[in-house]
Structures are given as C-alpha cells and as structure tokens.
Design a protein. Structure first.
Length: 313
C-alpha cells in the first residue's frame, strides 16, 4: 500500500478555485461563440437591450416608395410613404414622404385624395423648399378633373389660381414652364365657357344676361382666340337692347382689331363702314383634328407625369 501524500488544506482550496475559474472561462468563451454581435458582458449584466427587429429605416422606406412610383405600383408606394409617416414622426423625411404619397394618389388618378395630401403638406410645411411642387400637383389635380367648356368650370378656375400662384410667387420654379402652358389652356377653356353661356342667353333673346357674359369674357380672358366672337355677340346684344353707342364701339373694335374674322363683314355692315382686312386672321378654336391632337397630347402628358415625378432625394 502506497502512502498517501499529504497536502496542506490551503493548497487544495486554491487548486479547486483555479479549476472553477477555468471552467468559467470556458463557459464564457462558449457563450461568446453562441452570441455573435452581442457583448457577453451585456448579455449577462443587461448593459444593452438592443436587438435586430428587421424594421426598415425612413430612408429605405422613402427609396422604396419612389421606386414603386417609377414601377407604377402606386398603392404600394403610398403604403411605404404612410409607414414612414407613422413609424418616424420626427424624421426629416416626413415632408418628402407626404409629397410622395400625394404624387402616388395623383398618378393613380385619385385626384381628391391627392389634393387633400398636398393641402396637408402646405399646411404643415409652408416654408418648405418644395412648396412649388405641392402647388403644381394641386393645380394638375384640378386640371385633370376639369370638364368640357359646356359644363361647370369650378375645377378649371381652381387650377388657374394655382398656376397663377406658381408664376407670380415662384417664377423660377422648375414647374413654371408647364404652369404657363397649362394656364393658357385654362384661360381658353374659361373663355369658351363664357362664350357658350353668352350664346345660350343670346339665342333665347335674353340680351342683358348675354351682354354681361360677353363683357366678362373680354375683361377677364382677353387674347384667348374667341375675342372676335365675343365682340360680335356683345354688339348684337347691345344693339337689340337699343344701346347703339356701346354696340357701335364693340363692332368697330371687331372691324379694326379682327378684320380677318369671318364676323367682321357683318359688324362693318351694322355700323356702315368699309371693311379693310389687315393682319393675320384670328386664331380659331380646335377642330376635329385639333381636338384629337389635344387628346393625344393629354395622354402623353399623363405618361410624362409619371416620368418627371420620379425623384431621388
């Protein structure tokens, strides 16, 4: 039998302690391998509670919304923009997200919803550098809703107000050129509406009401291509009302300023003057081919709206 070697009690305790520490170190190393990206200390002592949630950032959401607009997935674009608005109320991209949602509504031809979104933007961010964009798409939403000249022109008037605002207050806007073109179309349509209503009254011998319409047309929408017609029917209305002097002035203006008009000879006969035709003929309203071309142009404009509305931030 071998003699058992004697070891002091303190040495035995120290050896056991070292073995315990070694086991703890091994355990910590295993935990570090099993918890990538996390601090073992934080895990053990609660120093950090951050975990990966998979939630997209505000920038990612706005990029996705813009990409979906480019791909014509307007519904998804609005959802991405709305998610940004809901999840990041303090984000610097809130204004851009609201504009993106409004453009998605506009391109989807949901014009009432688009107008509400742009109006909300203007209320929240009146000094934002992109207010011209909001006004432009507000105007275009009204413009797309405008009816033909023989119908109510409330939307046309509202579109004209927005285009005028851009051109007077933001003349350097990138939307100024198209606003100027669309403003002229609105003015022409409003002039044609006044002419239509004036003729309606004139044909029913309601000459006072007719004269009021023709006078308003000439005062509010001059140089829209229907001035010669307005002057002629104004003169005839006043002539029927026995207001010969103002009637003669209307006829004389027609003869002098629009001598090439097909209505000029009749006006000259009324006031017994010799007609001398000078200058180019007055512009005429669009005929069949003109209306067809305008329809094709409107369709093309709607397509280009999609292209030019795509914006990286």
């Amino acid at each position: 039998m071998c003699a058992r070697r004697w070891r002091p009690r303190g040495a035995t305790l120290r050896a056991a302690a070292w073995r315990g520490r070694g086991s703890a170190l091994i355990l910590l190393a295993l935990l570090a391998a099993l918890l990538p990206g996390c601090s073992v200390y934080d895990y053990l002592y609660g120093g950090s509670k951050t975990q990966t949630t998979g939630r997209r950032s505000d920038q990612d959401l706005l990029r996705a919304a813009e990409a979906n607009i480019q791909s014509r997935r307007y519904d998804q674009a609005r959802k991405d923009a709305q998610q940004l608005l809901n999840q990041y109320p303090d984000s610097d991209l809130q204004a851009a997200a609201r504009l993106t949602a409004g453009r998605a509504f506009y391109l989807e031809k949901k014009y009432d919803e688009a107008k509400a979104e742009f109006q909300r933007f203007l209320e929240l961010y009146p000094q934002n550098e992109r207010v011209d964009e909001a006004h432009y798409y507000m105007a275009m939403s009204y413009f797309r809703q405008a009816d033909t000249a023989d119908r109510d022109q409330t939307f046309t008037k509202k579109a004209l107000e927005e285009f005028n605002l851009i051109l007077t207050q933001m003349p350097d806007s990138q939307y100024a050129g198209d606003s100027r073109e669309k403003r002229q179309i609105c003015r022409r349509k409003l002039a044609e509406h006044e002419l239509y209503v004036g003729k309606f009254y004139f044909e029913r011998e309601q000459y006072s009401a007719a004269a009021g319409r023709f006078s308003a047309l000439l005062a509010e929408y001059p140089d829209t291509g229907v001035d010669d017609q307005a002057l002629y029917y104004l003169g005839e209305s006043l002539w029927s009302l026995e207001q010969r002097d103002p009637a003669r002035r209307a006829f004389l203006r027609l003869v002098e300023d629009y001598s090439q008009s097909p209505l000029a000879p009749a006006a000259a006969d009324r006031i017994e003057v010799v007609l001398v035709k000078t200058g180019p003929p007055p512009p005429k309203g669009p005929g069949f081919f003109g209306r067809m071309w305008q329809g094709m142009k409107d369709t093309w404009d709607e397509f280009t709206d999609t292209v030019k509305s795509y914006r990286l931030f």
